[in-house]
Design a protein around this ligand. Structure first.
Ligand code: SAH
Length: 377
């Protein structure tokens, strides 16, 4: 039988599934239920040192340590706190690479109207309830090269493993002293990177978050810049987050200019995939649209967008550009954003304006660049 830990030279436990941990326990001469105990300890209790897993017998705990196995929770290297309560974490891995993970104590209302528990929370009574959103990264940097996004300036360094994706969430939950499922936590795969260019690890992380950490799939949203084949793959998954698609333009000419990936999968292919996406009861797809002053935010663009997505069971999230050094676009005035929203609403598209969170600490959408020197920016 394959030993999942030894054969893959894995020294880190975080990222292993229940099945893999069970196999590992058996290989270590332990009863198979020790796998379940390890699983609970790693993901539900989020214990960070194998020797402290008190449900395991002392002998097994000691052997874990002797075998050089660690839990592998990544380290919080830096923490920036915004005036609005948002926290941007710089989280480091063993090879020296790091990513950013954002904690939004009250979310950004991104889930409003998406037909899920998380969306209902936002709309209930029109005020913020006791819930938080974690925005997680899927890659170190990003290869997609969207012209308005700071992460694009980094290029892509590598994919994150499933353990590193889940590990960001464990590190933040530990730091915030919050524990699902008792505490309601939403997850958005909207940090650094393109989750659909690291699909296997992303989907493995989803399974660990649902079954291990205790965050229901209805509280998770994955956003893609438009990797069309993976949209079909996601639709076929037995367990999956809600889907958001970063549209950002109302026609191909404009979208290719802003998001070069549009050359590979144009709007026709992308919107077709959206139309074909098998939605659950009540569920809505989300289209994100970053508004760039006088580039893609005219009344004409709004009408064109309404036409483009007509008939898709979807809502639109408008995001006024979060500015950054090296980004050649401006943030539209609020009046233009509201006008854009009104035109879409008038043609029957539920449209919401995403609240910018943590702009002052470079934690908002499109601002994740591992900025350490805030004063310089
Ligand atoms: N790569 C995926 C996941 C990142 S989600 C994707 O592109 O969907 C990040 C969201 O922020 C995307 O919808 C993106 O279009 C948006 N965004 C990027 N740069 C931005 C900026 N400067 N201001 C506001 N939103 C931005």
């Amino acid at each position: 039988m394959r030993n999942p830990v030894k054969e893959e030279k894995q020294t880190v436990l975080l990222g292993l599934t229940l099945g893999e941990l069970t196999e590992f326990a058996e290989q270590s001469g332990q009863p198979s239920y020790r796998g379940r105990q390890l699983f609970e300890a790693l993901y539900r209790q989020r214990i960070q040192i194998p020797e402290q897993i008190s449900t395991l017998p002392q002998g097994f705990r000691d052997s874990l340590g002797k075998a050089g196995l660690s839990v592998g929770t990544p380290k919080i290297e830096k923490k920036f706190v915004s005036s609005d309560g948002t926290v941007r974490y710089l989280i480091g891995f063993d090879d020296g690479q790091n990513v950013e993970t954002v904690w939004m104590p009250e979310g950004d209302r991104g889930e409003a109207g998406d037909g899920s528990d998380a969306g209902d929370d936002v709309q209930a009574a029109g005020h913020v309830l006791d819930r938080a959103t974690i925005c997680v990264s899927s890659q170190v940097g990003c290869a997609v090269d969207c012209q308005f996004c700071l992460t694009a300036l980094l290029g892509v360094k590598r994919n994150l493993t499933a353990g590193e994706i889940v590990g960001q969430i464990c590190a933040v939950l530990n730091d915030q002293h919050v524990s699902p499922p008792h505490d309601r936590v939403n997850i958005v795969f909207m940090g650094m990177g393109e989750p659909f260019l690291n699909y296997e690890n992303f989907i493995k992380a989803v399974g660990l978050l649902v079954e291990g950490v205790g965050i229901p799939e209805s509280r998770m949203t994955v956003s893609t810049a438009g990797i069309v084949p993976r949209i079909y793959d996601l639709g076929a998954e037995p367990m999956r987050p809600k889907l958001a698609i970063s549209l950002n333009a109302s026609n191909d000419e404009l979208r290719t200019r802003l998001m070069p990936i549009n050359r590979k999968w144009n709007l026709e292919k992308l919107v077709a995939a959206a139309r074909d996406f098998p939605l659950r009861n009540r569920e809505r797809l989300t289209f994100e649209y970053v508004l760039l002053n006088e580039v893609n935010d005219s009344a004409q663009n709004a009408r064109e967008l309404g036409e483009l997505i007509r008939g898709v069971r979807a809502k639109v999230n408008l995001i006024a550009l979060n500015p950054g050094p090296g980004i050649a676009f401006q943030t539209p005035a609020e009046g233009r954003v509201v006008q854009f929203q009104k035109i879409l609403r008038d043609v029957g598209v539920p449209t919401f304006i995403r609240r910018p969170r943590g702009r002052d600490i470079y934690a908002a959408c499109g601002q994740l660049k591992r900025t350490v020197e805030l004063a310089a920016s």
